[in-house]
Structure formats: structure tokens, C-alpha cells
Design a protein around this ligand. Structure first.
Ligand code: GDP
Ligand code: GDP
Length: 466
């Protein structure tokens, strides 16, 4: 996991201006994070040869909508909980405000490195006056102008100097299948982790991550070693204010990025919620494997049993509410709600009774292996040729898509590159058709696969004899 650098500060000090400037110059944006108010708040950066992830906490929907202080406090709290380095921005033009003081009071209590950035220091006078901000009690002060782009390099230098030392991951560890347990707070992630770690399982080792508080756990499952990603994060979740669910999305996103197969835990008594769908979307977009776990299934069984008992024995009270669905119907409903990951297996489990805990790991391991599958090129081209013959692409504006050649250059995720006459002629529906054909023929259950379309010049085509 790359170290996380969080930008905090009251509204209007220039957090998003700073962040966007970093994107423009040094950042490759990873993706948009759901539950955010701005388009881009999260991305990877590299400076002085160090990589890190930068987040603009001002863009997170944290705290209460209309209370600015509550939002700012929640943002600072997120930074204290999750970040490795905190960049605290203030406004050189306005001087110290009560809100700045309050944030400073919070940040002084953390042991994590805090760098005070005095922004909008657009000229020599403002830069000179910035010393006033030493009153906030931070060790490090850097003046910058995000608008002009001056001083930002100094700030980046200070950030990279404060990052935790990089940790080498051994090639052997890199090769092991990595699973991440993800989901909303209270669905049973840490109970599931305990069920996995408990009883007869050899825990090989804890592997400290590159961030201050990420810990991976290396365990054995039926003789195969696997890595459970960010087990510290899974455990810590419950202790964080459960009202602020957005914390979990950030942490989950980072764990998902590093895993091969995500174990998406859903609470059977709640069903699929909007936030579950969000997390499933992140897994899909990152082209990871996935097992959908409907946890707390014991509670559903108990309720069904209570209804059945009441029917048998009229002296018993009928339980309130609705009779929960049976497994088959429940599964169908979850399928429908998570339509965009039709390939995902759905497992009913109980962390409490250990029901299906082993099956979850069996499935995940199977999917990790499926992601390593390589399809022979000749067979791949045969299948695509036949698929196109059966159902040729419709012309777009009179132009006909032609597929020359297909290869699978990568595994984990399985990635298929289609060389075509014009990549723009690939309609979304046709892409889905091709994906379904590949899945039908080669079977990639449990994992997203990637289809990439490349326009190839006719001269290249001739050279290849295609
Ligand atoms: P945020 O709410 O902290 O994310 O602040 P924004 O990035 O939205 O910036 C608030 C305002 O300050 C905008 O009008 C920016 O153009 C302006 N601003 C940001 N950085 C600078 C700067 O370095 N100098 C000046 N003069 N204005 C800036
Ligand atoms: P997390 O926030 O996702 O890590 O959830 P926890 O593991 O802390 O579980 C939240 C609550 O649900 C706790 O009170 C657990 O005891 C309970 N819980 C977790 N899994 C199960 C389960 O399979 N069955 C039942 N009945 N309760 C569960």
C-alpha cells in the first residue's frame, strides 16, 4: 500500500487548488472515489523517487452538511486515523482564524508528521508575514502559492522527507494470492477475519506494510499460503465512529487496489445497500476477483425458524416483520442488485458459527488461480472469429469495425488486446458481447476481465501479414 498523504484545512484555503496543481504536474489520477463532492480528490504521486497517494479531504462528504466546523473536524480526524503524513493548509491572506486554531489543536495531538503549508503566499510580503502561523504550534512551516505554483516543490520535498521508510516486498510475497476483506462497518468483517485466523490455521507471519499502520497477515489455507491484505484496517474499523461510513470507502479502496480477490462482506439482515454497490463498483473497476459474502446468515435462519415454529404452534407469537427469503431467492435478488458483476459467486456465511468460512477461502483461492489462466492465442482468435461471424458488429456512421487479431498479453487480471481498424467503432454493447463470448468459451468465473481495443495502422497490419 502506498503511503497516504492527506490535505486538511478549513474551506477556501486552497486545498483543491493545491491538489489539482499536483495532479496537473506530478499526479496520475487513479480513479474517482464515491461519496465525494469533487470530481477528483484521490490520486497517486511520485516525487524524489517516492510514490504516495494524495487525498484532498475537503472533497469528502464527511460530518454534517451544514456545519462547517463539524465537517472540518471530521476531515482532520480522517487524516489522523488514516494518513501517514498530514498537510495542513492555511491562508496567508486571511491570517489565523478560529477554525485554523481548532484544526491545529487536533493535529498537535497526533504523533504523525504534520506539515503546515501557508498557501496564497503570492508575494514577498505575504511570505514574510507567514511566520505568524508558527503560533499554531506546528514544527514545519512552508510558504507556497498554489495559484502561481511557487513553493509547491518545497512542500513536496517536506512530504517525501516525512514519509515512512519504504519496505521491500519480497518477490515470493508478491507472487502469493492476496485477499482483501472489505465492506461497510458492522457487516462482520473483523468477525470473519477472526473466524479465518482462529482454529487450526497456521499464521505464517505479519508483514508490516509501507504505511504506518497497514499490516498484512500471511496464513495457510489447505497447504497454500495466502496474504490477507490490511488486516489492521479490518480490525480497526469498528472502533472508528460508525456514523462516518465514508472512512471505510477510502480504506477499502486502498486495500482493493492491492488485492487479487476482494471478499465483499454484506450483512444478510440489511441486504445490498447503496454503499455495498459502491464498493462492488470499485472492485469491478479495478478488475479484481470478487466473492460476495452474505454474512450473518445464522440470523436469517433463526428468523425463518421462528416463523416456522409460530406456524406449527399457534400459542407462539408470530415474529414481527417479513419472513426472510430463502437462500435461492435471496441469491437471485443479490444477483439482480449487483448486475454489473454477474461473474461473482455469492456465498452465505456466518462468522459467528463459522458456517462457510472455509468455502469463502476455497472460492477466493480458486478465483486467484483462474486469474492466472492464459488462453492459447490460436484458440482465442478462432473463438473471436466465430463470434464475429455469428453476430457481426453493426456499422457506426457507415463504418465497419474490423477485428484483425486478439492476444492475451497479461494475466491477473486476464487482459485481452484486440487489434482493430478503428477502436472508436467498438460499441459498448458489442464489447459486452465479445466479453460474454470469451467467458462462455474460456470461463473466468469470479473475476473481471479486461478487454482493450487498439487501433492498428494498415502498414503494421501488412508487416504482420494479418
Ligand atoms: P478549498 O476549499 O480549500 O479546496 O479551496 P479552493 O482550492 O477551492 O480555493 C479557494 C479560493 O482560493 C479559490 O478562489 C482559489 O482560486 C483561491 N486560491 C487557491 N490557492 C491560491 C493561491 O495560492 N493564491 C491566491 N491568491 N488564491 C488562491
Ligand atoms: P465489522 O465492522 O464489519 O468488522 O463488523 P464486526 O465483525 O465488528 O461485527 C459487527 C457485529 O456483528 C458484531 O456485534 C458481531 O458480533 C456481529 N456479527 C458479525 N458476524 C456475525 C454473524 O455471522 N452472525 C451474527 N449473528 N452476528 C455477527
Amino acid at each position: 500500500m502506498k503511503p497516504l498523504v492527506a490535505i486538511v484545512g478549513r474551506p477556501n484555503v486552497g486545498k483543491s487548488t493545491f491538489f489539482n496543481r499536483m495532479i496537473g504536474q506530478h499526479l496520475a489520477i487513479v480513479e474517482d472515489l464515491p461519496g465525494t463532492t469533487r470530481d477528483r480528490i484521490y490520486g497517486d504521486a511520485e516525487w524524489n523517487g517516492r510514490e504516495f497517494t494524495l487525498i484532498d479531504t475537503g472533497g469528502l462528504e464527511l460530518g454534517s452538511e451544514d456545519n462547517i466546523m463539524s465537517r472540518v473536524r471530521a476531515q482532520a480526524q480522517l487524516a489522523i486515523e488514516e494518513a501517514d503524513v498530514i498537510v495542513f493548509l492555511v491562508d496567508a491572506k486571511s491570517g489565523i482564524t478560529a477554525a485554523d486554531q481548532e484544526i491545529a489543536d487536533m493535529l498537535r495531538r497526533t504523533k504523525k508528521p504534520v506539515i503546515l503549508g501557508v498557501n496564497k503566499a503570492d508575494n514577498a510580503q505575504l511570505r514574510a508575514e507567514a511566520v505568524d502561523f508558527y503560533q499554531l504550534g506546528m514544527d514545519d512551516l512552508i510558504t507556497l502559492s498554489s495559484r502561481q505554483g511557487t513553493g509547491t516543490g518545497d512542500l513536496l520535498d517536506a512530504i517525501t522527507a516525512a514519509l515512512p521508510p519504504p519496505q521491500e516486498t519480497s518477490a515470493e510475497e508478491l507472487a502469493l494470492p492476496k485477499f482483501a476483506i472489505v465492506g461497510r462497518p458492522n457487516v462482520g468483517k473483523s468477525s470473519l477475519l477472526n473466524a479465518i485466523l482462529g482454529q487450526d490455521r497456521a499464521i505464517v507471519s505479519d508483514i508490516p506494510g509501507t504505511t504506518r499502520d497497514a499490516i498484512d497477515t500471511r496464513v495457510q489455507h489447505r497447504g497454500t499460503e495466502i496474504i490477507l491484505v490490511d488486516t489492521a484496517g479490518v480490525r480497526r474499523r469498528g472502533k472508528i465512529d460508525p456514523g462516518i461510513e465514508k472512512y471505510s470507502v477510502l480504506r477499502a479502496t486502498r486495500a482493493i487496489e492491492r488485492c487479487d480477490v476482494a471478499l465483499l462482506v454484506i450483512d444478510a439482515t440489511d441486504g445490498v445497500t447503496a454503499q455495498d454497490t459502491h464498493i462492488a463498483g470499485i472492485i469491478h473497476e479495478n478488475a479484481k476477483g470478487v466473492v460476495v459474502i452474505i454474512n450473518k446468515w445464522d440470523l436469517i435462519r433463526e428468523r425463518r425458524a421462528a416463523f416456522a415454529a409460530a406456524e406449527e404452534d399457534p400459542t407462539l407469537p408470530t415474529p414481527k416483520g417479513e419472513l426472510p427469503k430463502e437462500a435461492d431467492d435471496y441469491r437471485e435478488q443479490v444477483r439482480d442488485e449487483l448486475k454489473f458483476i454477474p461473474y461473482a459467486p455469492i456465498v452465505f456465511s456466518s462468522a459467528k458459527t463459522r458456517y462457510h468460512v472455509e468455502s469463502v477461502l476455497d472460492k477466493a483461492l480458486e478465483i486467484a488461480q483462474i486469474r492466472e489462466q492464459r488462453v492459447p492465442t490460436a484458440r482465442l482468435n478462432e473463438v473471436v472469429r466465430e463470434a464475429v461471424l455469428r453476430h457481426p458488429p453493426a456499422p457506426i456512421k457507415g463504418r465497419q469495425l474490423k477485428i484483425y487479431y486478439v492476444t492475451q498479453p497479461e494475466v491477473n487480471p486476464p487482459t485481452f488486446v484486440f487489434f482493430v481498424n478503428e477502436a472508436e467503432l467498438v460499441h459498448f454493447g458489442y464489447e459486452r458481447y465479445l466479453e460474454n463470448q470469451l467467458r462462455h468459451e474460456f470461463a473466468f468465473p469470479g473475476t473481471a476481465i479486461r478487454l482493450v481495443f487498439r487501433t492498428r495502422q494498415s502498414s503494421e497490419r501488412d508487416a504482420k501479414g494479418g
